[in-house]
Design a binder for this molecule. Sequence first.
Ligand code: SAH
Length: 271
Amino acid sequence: MQVRAKKSLGQHFLTDLSIAERIACSLKPEGASPETPADVLEIGPGMGVLSQYLMEREDISLKMVEIDQESVDYLLLNFPKADGSLIQGDFLKLDLERFFRKDFCIIGNFPYNISSQIFFRILDHKDRVPQVVCMIQKEVAERIAEKPGTKVYGILSVLLQAWYDIEYLFTVGEGAFNPPPKVKSAVIRLERNGRKDLGCDENLFRTIVKTSFNQRRKTLRNSLKPLLAEKAVKENWSPAEYSMITSDPVFALRPEKLGVEDFIALARRLM
Ligand code: SAH
């Protein structure tokens, strides 16, 4: 019995075992050993191609979350070991605090249709998630790992790079899957950097990044106008003050020119 691939769940099953093993080995939780195994959550195990290698590792304690009933049935039938560590549910709604009392790493061949949502959820739990290894659409992987100044650099690049060091590990062709996806894939590793806080309001930082990239052809002076106006009212800026503040050269730039530190500096200024 095989699981019938469902497009709506982003199911493209990896069939190349050497790639599966390579992905499983790319997870390197710091300080993990058979005596002190690291908690790991696999998102979307499907038919367990990755899970089988992860279950063999003695330095990790694996949990899996899979939304698809048919895949859950398949896993329980073929991997009796999975019983007790397999959660049937939606990662996006999973009560992570309930399942993990301490830090946990994340691994998976992500369902590509919700990979951005998965990353936003990881960001919400960044202080508990020291490392992520995932396969995603190559284009998204490049965007996330990209440095400022390029066309693909965007919201997730800035938000993730603020908290994680990101490494592009390798590319995977369409032929490694059944059914083959229309796009190439890539495996990346995110490792939490040492940053404890931004020194500014995190929500404001996120709003600035999102607002400016949502109108990425505009200069910050234009895209952030509503935010600036709000602050001007709150702090009673005179028109002269307004033009002095917004004459800072940073406001003449488009968002793709700003690195993480520049966005942080900007958020501090607009606090
Ligand atoms: N890891 C497997 C399957 C990858 S396909 C392999 O490499 O072959 C993506 C998997 O994620 C599918 O099994 C799909 O059912 C599952 N999935 C999709 N949306 C999910 C969600 N919201 N939460 C948990 N799993 C999900």
